[in-house]
Design a binder for this molecule. Structure first.
Ligand code: BDR
Ligand code: CA
Length: 305
């Protein structure tokens, strides 16, 4: 058995973030969770992350992050994720304490020894703030796996994906920082759809996590845009892209974005690769095997190693 990769997960739970978090518990050594406002407010994303630790019986520090994007006003996605961020669940307060260290300092501390792996499944506000605080940070991050952007249009506007559009300045700072990164955008995540068969599998498993995650998935299916084939499992793709790279195909590229507040805000433009720019775009997923791993983690988030 190989040693699971050690990671920090920056997220805004959020239903698909919750699935990504359970995948992180099962397939990685999850060193820290940093929360960011995005799908819902920072109070709710932080509360949800703490609740998910209790639900999964895990003890990973949760560090509160940015309550708003860098320069623009925050916009939530509660119509898709529910007012709490976790469907119909009124997230109970958790036994799991919130860390006294904020997200930016947690990121800097986690990366201090170098060769750090970061997975981000929300707007990149915390990452950008960490880069602003210490511009030498990219030297110590071996790779950033980010869910956001895309090559074929958007979901919040015709051209922009939610995480990119919510904080385009943070994305721009990250893309220009020299960090080596892979973008798991909508072109990829729309290949990984979960719906009734996965709800049935989760219900049949009857574990403490599976029935709760089945409720989340049911809410997500009923409130998302694609009703028939299932809903895209965006965020787990970035996590599994790290842990199971054989299930994804990526191409080397150069990604840029626009921060101007017009129809191109947060759009990701994918150009030919450039020397000294380590950007990759995920283009294809082995969807059945990816979905199988997501379901496994939702049934049992205990580490596999
Ligand atoms: C992304 O936006 C959020 O609503 C999801 O959690 C995901 O990170 C998809 O566009
Ligand atoms: Ca997310």
């Amino acid at each position: 058995m190989t040693t699971p990769p050690r990671i920090l997960l920056d997220c805004d739970p959020g239903i698909d973030d919750a699935f990504a978090l359970l995948c992180a518990l099962r397939f990685t050594e999850l060193a820290a969770i940093t929360t960011v406002s995005g799908n819902v407010s920072i109070n709710n994303t932080t509360r949800n992350a703490r609740y998910l630790m209790d639900l999964a019986g895990a003890d990973v520090p949760v560090h509160r992050g940015a309550s708003a994007p860098l320069l623009v006003e925050g916009v939530a996605a509660d119509e898709i994720h529910g007012s709490s961020g976790l469907g119909n669940l009124a997230t109970p307060d958790s036994e799991h304490p919130e860390s006294g260290l904020d997200a930016v300092d947690a990121i800097l501390q986690y990366c201090a020894d170098g060769d750090a792996t970061v997975v981000a499944t929300g707007p990149l506000t915390n990452i950008a703030r960490a880069l602003q605080k210490d511009p030498s940070l990219p030297e110590r991050i071996s790779h950033l796996y980010w869910m956001g952007g895309g090559t074929e249009g958007g979901n919040v506007t015709d051209r922009a994906e939610f995480n990119a559009w919510v904080d385009p300045h943070a994305l721009d700072i990250t893309l220009r920082s020299g960090i080596s990164l892979t973008m798991f955008g909508l072109n990829l995540t729309h290949q990984v759809l979960m719906g009734q068969p996965e709800i049935d599998a989760l219900r049949a498993a009857r574990t403490s996590t599976s029935s709760v995650l089945a409720d989340f998935l049911e809410f997500y299916r009923e409130n998302g845009a694609l009703h028939v084939e299932g809903q895209p499992m965006h965020d787990p793709c970035a996590l599994l892209g790290l842990t199971h790279p054989d299930l994804f195909e990526t191409t080397k590229s150069h990604i840029v974005t626009s921060t101007i507040d017009d129809e191109d805000r947060g759009r990701t433009f994918v150009h030919e690769p450039q020397t000294n720019v380590e950007h990759y775009v995920a283009v294809r997923a082995d969807a059945p095997r990816v979905i199988d791993l997501i379901v496994q983690a939702a049934i049992n988030p205990t580490p596999v190693a």
